[in-house]
Design a protein around this ligand. Sequence first.
Ligand SMILES: [Zn+2]
Ligand SMILES: [Zn+2]
Length: 262
Amino acid sequence: MIDYHIHTELCCHAIGKMEDYVEAACGADLSAMGFSDHLPFNETHMKNLSMELEDLEFYLNKIPELEKKYGIKIYKGIEADFYPEKQNEIEDLLNKHEFDYIFGSVHFINGWGFDNPKFLTEWKNYDIDLVYRSYFQNVIEMTKTGLYDIVGHIDLVKKFGYFPKDSFDKEIVEVISAVKEADMIIEVNTSGLRKPVREIYPSEFVLKNAKEYDIPVVLGSDAHKPQDVAGDFDKAKALLKKVGYTRTAVIEKRKIVDWEEI
Ligand SMILES: [Zn+2]
Ligand SMILES: [Zn+2]
């Protein structure tokens, strides 16, 4: 299996050097790994959420170096936000570099970092159903930009275990069909198991819908410390099998180039 979602200390909220993550991947049962640290994001009130611009070159140059040193395939990925007011900047930066894949992630709703523990108390100012509606609307808009390859943690909005009163089945189907329309991949992200919600992103219901639309999937641990690399992949594989998936995608230079049996 490949762990596509790995951060580094460069983003200022993860622990461990790039080497430490590669060593963890070598020690886990992985066929390859991919770094996907947070793309530099220049927003003054959002410190320590992403790499600094001057670290991006270092990060990209370090990957082939480590690949050689450790003899494990390392993909050059990145996790980029969907942030409507900054899309031009994000696009410019993405276009300036060559990545194997780009995660598109919604971490903000109208500028509110809803998944950031620092802004947790703000949840009480909002109607949860409305937060869910806005979140999924953002995911749909993100798919329409054509900028990203993989939807990161597609139902991240559930992170703190707040669930809506209404059923969101209809919205979920809309999201999944937008992902299909955009020819994107869905990430099965195990970090939710380490968060208050104690659930993989996406939920079984979301993943079942993704399977019905035949949307390719990849695995990600969203490791922010080396010991989380490949964390709970057995659970992710069990969930995938349960909804009918038999393989995960291998993505390189922004295209699916192969498949791995689960
Ligand atoms: Zn992070
Ligand atoms: Zn994320």
